[in-house]
Design a protein around this ligand. Sequence first.
Ligand code: RIB
Ligand code: CA
Length: 313
Amino acid sequence: MPPRKIIIDTDPGQDDAIAILLALGSPDDITLLGITAVAGNVPLSLTEKNARIVCELAGRTDMKVFAGCDAPLKRKLVTAEHVHGKTGLDGPVMDDPTMPLQDQHGVDFLIETLRAEPSGSVTLCPIGPLTNIAAAFQKAPDVVERVQEIVLMGGAYFQVGNITPAAEFNIYVDPEAAKIVFGAGVPLVVMPLDVTHKALATKSRVDAFRNMNTKVGDMVSAWTSFFERFDKEKYGSAGAPLHDPCTIAYLIQPDLFKGRHINVEIETTSDLTLGMTVADWWRVTDRPANATFMNDLDADGFFALLTERLARL
Ligand code: RIB
Ligand code: CA
């Protein structure tokens, strides 16, 4: 099987950073065509900078990083410094990047790449708010059918919300964008909190990162040790949930995950449940299935894959 061509759309974010490193550590499985940054965990000026910091950490100063949208389609930006810290990559001290940011807007890169690559050959991996993806679909509707698959981190059903009682952060920040993406008809694999809350960086797993005795291992252990506190306090979790790397692990080893092909709609009007992913898990409606919604994973297998690939960097 040739490597899968993907674009990662991201708001680094420690877990985003680990997802990018997993992709860069898996060249036999993944060809990363580019990284588009979006406003989310922290403002765009930081997410694009953090994406470049991560590429430099992996020794990939050749990677194309683009800045996309700096605010949701219709709403004010909501950020998550309370989880990821002021820089978005709090934990270790990080040097400013020296590699360049691309001049082209991230949304235009998405459109141009989808038009240039053979139809059905590029997978999009959004792991932040869906603003860039939705903006590309609005600006160039012709590219929608050219997308091979979207594998995204976002939403929740049994785990309900992490930013409000009803909504997960990525969907909540830009619910209108999520509605566009979930309604586009593109094959969709969703990694909601229901599965990512089972991908916990426990002490022994963080020790395995640290025991790599590499710069990457040191950074990843410092990031996970920093951003675990939010989930430990709120959920009593045994470690940081590695939300975003679940998307990349799925592309490399899909049998690590289990879920259902169901209908998932996005709440965009009610203030009470704005951004909720209304997942018809029990198929009680006749709404057509539009997403493979994951709810279980082989956590030991996930961390074995992650640790092995990070150790290559
Ligand atoms: O709710 C978790 C998601 O929000 C992750 O993608 C994390 O990076 C933040 O963006
Ligand atoms: Ca993210």
